[in-house]
Design a protein around this ligand. Structure first.
Ligand code: FES
Length: 185
């Protein structure tokens, strides 16, 4: 008899109790999942844009200065044409891949040209271009500064400026990846 009772007792599902170890394991698993989602989500938004951002297209922009005449250490501003916006390809802080911007800079960093979004990574104000001997972008809202590559040199921003995907399509023209935005601008 007692042998039967023992067997029955062993076959019963083990009670699951929340031990400190289990709690830590689940806590770390949750933390890891949140981290993965935070990293993957912007990439997914970029690869699979939400409805309304599906019609990606190259947007032609005329520059005030031909590409080969942009002096090292200077930046040339450009705006998106009416009813279009540019797509950021990376981000950090308030910016993220897939976010729309309406203004950018072609920057001659000395060795190459880079194209940056003009949207500050702190809270989204529009940065000012380098002027005179100051080779920095300055945000007028809270004083963040970025070097010519878009890296933060002074806070409160902690993330670099975003880039736009682009290519030269003429001596004074670039084509920037963007989307149509009917009714905007
Ligand atoms: S929005 Fe640029 S520093 Fe705050």
């Amino acid at each position: 008899m007692s042998s039967t009772q023992d067997t029955t007792s062993h076959d019963r599902p083990t009670e699951r109790r929340m031990t400190r170890r289990n709690f830590i394991v689940w806590y770390l698993a949750g933390l890891l999942t949140a981290l993965v989602v935070a990293i993957i989500a912007p990439i997914l938004v970029y690869v699979y844009p939400p409805p309304g951002q599906t019609k990606r297209q190259g947007i032609k922009v005329q520059l005030p200065t031909p590409l080969d005449q942009i002096e090292p250490g200077t930046a040339v501003e450009f705006q998106s044409p009416p009813q279009t916006g540019f797509l950021m390809v990376d981000g950090g802080g308030d910016n993220y891949a897939g976010k729309i911007g309406f203004k950018g800079y072609v920057v001659n960093v000395g060795s190459e040209l880079v194209v940056l979004s003009a949207t500050c990574s702190h809270l989204g104000c529009q940065i000012n271009p380098p002027s005179g001997s100051q080779k920095i972008f300055l945000c007028p809202c809270h004083g963040s500064e970025f070097d010519l590559h878009g890296k933060v040199t002074h806070g409160p921003a902690i993330a670099p400026l975003s880039h736009y995907a682009w290519h030269a399509s003429g001596p004074g023209e670039i084509t920037v990846l963007g989307v149509p935005l009917p009714g905007v601008g």
